[in-house]
Design a binder for this molecule. Sequence first.
Ligand code: SF4
Length: 79
Amino acid sequence: MTLLTSAEPLPTTPDWTGAACRGDAHADRWFPDPSESFAYAAGICAGCPIATACGAYAVATRQSGVWGGREYRSGRIAR
Ligand code: SF4
């Protein structure tokens, strides 16, 4: 049995260095209110080389917000 420590990355952690959203000036666009469009974030995600891994990470770690071009709430696709 292998125990993970907080110093070890999760097995599903993508290589964020290639993230298309890295350094974007509008980080709040990845956490829209339910009534807000997330087209801005989805458009950036559409050209991201790690979009599939990003979405899988959101599910595995129960994230909320826009990941991989979809919006999640607690790891479930909301829209
Ligand atoms: S898929 Fe979207 S949220 Fe995920 S790293 Fe790429 S640009 Fe960022």
